[in-house]
Design a protein around this ligand. Sequence first.
Ligand SMILES: Cc1cc2nc3c(=O)[nH]c(=O)nc-3n(C[C@H](O)[C@H](O)[C@H](O)COP(=O)(O)OP(=O)(O)OC[C@H]3O[C@@H](n4cnc5c(N)ncnc54)[C@H](O)[C@@H]3O)c2cc1C
Length: 385
Amino acid sequence: MKYDLLIVGGGPAGLTAAIHARARDKSVLVISNDPLASPLSKAPAMANYPGLPGVTGRELLERLVEQARNLGAEFRQGRALSVMPMGKSVMVSVENDAVEGRAVILAPGVSRAAPLKGEAELLGRGVSYCATCDGMFYRGKPVVCAGDAPNFGEEVEFLRSIGCEVTVKRLAGLSILGENRVTGVLDAAGEATPCEGVFLLRASIAPARLAPGLELENGYIKVDAHMATNLPGVYAAGDCAQGVNLESGEKQIIGLWANANRQGAAAGANMAGGEARFEGNILHNITHFMDMDFIGFGDNRIQGEPLEQGSLEEDGLYVRAVISGGKVVGANILDSYRISGILKNYMLRLFAGEGGSLPDYQRAMLLQAGLRAEFIDRMEVMTRG
Ligand SMILES: Cc1cc2nc3c(=O)[nH]c(=O)nc-3n(C[C@H](O)[C@H](O)[C@H](O)COP(=O)(O)OP(=O)(O)OC[C@H]3O[C@@H](n4cnc5c(N)ncnc54)[C@H](O)[C@@H]3O)c2cc1C
């Protein structure tokens, strides 16, 4: 079956893209390691998810998967190993199979694995990313396996079942030896192991290796405002893709679920024939635990004068804003749920360069919670410019 859209990665970016493409009635296949294994599943609680304050990362992922499934998105659990644009379609290999789509969205999150010494040079000449795909070439021969793929154990067992002599090594510090073909590996402790094949079974594949020819900038996938990459029919969204810091105008990685969601929504809508632009995001992080909100805004490289409200020694609200060039350029807010939402939304507008005073009732709530009128006035003056 040829799908309208293939999505590589079932994190917030990929799942949101699936939801938006299904809303436009496109057939969608999400190819992913277990979506509940996204790094977001480790977030204890998120204060910034609209309508679900305090939702855990895992719960959020479960709901996104359920929503995408209920809307008709199909799921295929496994690692995508390569993405090949072929004119009017794109082929994605998933373990030892291939699927076809009219377009693909790359949403595999951050690839934390640095390439190993010798990996690029010996890829296809003894280095492989998939045991079930290439194992037969090494039947009865010594091979090394290393990696963190969820199906690592199964891949090793498969190689053993076809008679390979398998040595398992840690990825960190591994070097691959050989001139034109793999002859062995050297591990971090300096121990050499002769072998004919090296299976690097990582949970994620670096974007440039996943889709050869993909244009990167500072290690992240270069995208336009429609989330399209330089390859035809290939979009990207989320932690793998470049974002725009609306405050500084700089292109950089944003690394937040909210950004992943918005980029995924734009990519999903665009590939489905919509016209959605992603202009950028404000750097911010919101965490909630132990009955406290911790909110940070802004680019921590920007220096300035502090404007403080409250004290770290006292209970209650504490705000420390950084002022530069007459504008708020950064802020940390500690609060126990009372008014951090109002402040957060106001500061997001401030940082995006949008003017406007606080509505009267919100100003009254800030005053009631103990914020000084002088502090609010200074922020409002700065908003008006
Ligand atoms: C501990 C922790 C706490 C966090 N807390 C917050 C928070 O409070 N607020 C916030 O905004 N952000 C938070 N983040 C950041 C947030 O998790 C990320 O920004 C977000 O998950 C990025 O979404 P994504 O869809 O781009 O990628 P991911 O969530 O990384 O999802 C990518 C998915 O694709 C899969 N995959 C990768 N490569 C392949 C492949 N080749 N084939 C198949 N599947 C593949 C991965 O296994 C994963 O399941 C936190 C992150 C961590 C680690």
